[in-house]
Design a protein around this ligand. Structure first.
Ligand SMILES: [Cu+2]
Length: 73
C-alpha cells in the first residue's frame, strides 16, 4: 500500500457547501483515505492509496462535482 498526497487549487469553490460536496464525492472513490478542502485557501488536499486510485480519477471526481481542479506544484 502506497499512501500519497496531492493538492489541487479549486478556485471556483465559492461557499461553505462547495468543500463539503467535493469532499463527499472524493471519499466515495476507492482508495481515497482523507480529504481536506479549505474554502479560504481554495486548496483541496487528498490522501490516497496509489495502488487503488490514480490522480486522473481524483481530478475527474472534482470535475464531476462541478469544479475546476488546477495542479499545485
Ligand atoms: Cu458553494
Amino acid at each position: 500500500m502506497t499512501q500519497k498526497t496531492i493538492s489541487y487549487l479549486v478556485s471556483d469553490m465559492h461557499c461553505s457547501s462547495c468543500p463539503k460536496l467535493i469532499t463527499m464525492d472524493l471519499l466515495e472513490l476507492d482508495g481515497v483515505t482523507d480529504v481536506k478542502a479549505d474554502l479560504d485557501s481554495h486548496l483541496v488536499t487528498i490522501n490516497y492509496n496509489s495502488d487503488l486510485v490514480q490522480t486522473d480519477l481524483i481530478a475527474q471526481s472534482i470535475k464531476d462535482s462541478g469544479y475546476t481542479p488546477k495542479d499545485v506544484r
